[in-house]
Design a protein around this ligand. Sequence first.
Ligand SMILES: NS(=O)(=O)NCC1=CS(=O)(=O)c2ccccc21
Ligand SMILES: [Zn+2]
Length: 261
Amino acid sequence: TGHHWGYGEGDGPSAWHKNYPVAQGSRQSPIDIIPHQALQDRSLGPIVLNYDHCTSINISNNGHSVVVEFDDSDDRSVIQGGPLDNPYRLKQFHFHWGGKGCEGSEHTVDGYGYASELHLVHWNAVKYCSFGEASTAPDGLAVLGIFLETGDDHRWLHMITDALYMVKFKGSGTEFKGFNPKCLLPSSLHYWTYLGSLTTPPLHESVIWIVLKEPIAVSEKQLGKFRLLLFTGEEEDQRTRMENNFRPPQPLKGRKIQKRT
Ligand SMILES: NS(=O)(=O)NCC1=CS(=O)(=O)c2ccccc21
Ligand SMILES: [Zn+2]
């Protein structure tokens, strides 16, 4: 269905522009964040996350990442404040990560890559009628990016990593209720924000990015469990480990990054 794309030699980020010309657009993501160059904007308020009544539904392997989807039929779990003019509804979260011991995040900070990056994807249900419609609008999506660095075990991440064996293959999924991603937030909600895009095809330039400065710590053991996932389906004889599913930083093309420290 649609155009096949991946993170391999022939179908990886450097080839995406062939089927998705917007890959060479003027507001592509991720980017390298240079903190010293970010502008302090006094009008930027704090980020407000109302996840207390969020409803996770399932966890699945879509062949690119592991995704936890939420019930976004009402405003039960939203992000607002900061650069956002409306509340944006939580639709799903997923991760990007590297191979053993090497980088894996999408955004970098002063050229520094983290081991992994969590994306919480939200859409503007005030202005648009569906995620699909919002995903092609310049203010349609808000993605909260959280860096993961290796250190101690994360006390709650096991709830995700313990389920990964059930979604090893592309196209596999299972029920995943009662998970509140609030437990994956760092202590500080200080952030950088800029206008960008989805970091995977279709690469729509519809994302207001909010990247938290403070990483969360996860253990190498926990990260290793993500690498047991496969890009390939059960029926395929080729078994390709899911790792290095990140797009490298893209040109800033004159964009300004704002910060709220
Ligand atoms: N890393 S990212 O978050 O920029 N992109 C992921 C993405 C690409 S998508 O349009 O398939 C989609 C549908 C629903 C939620 C997320 C996505
Ligand atoms: Zn992502």
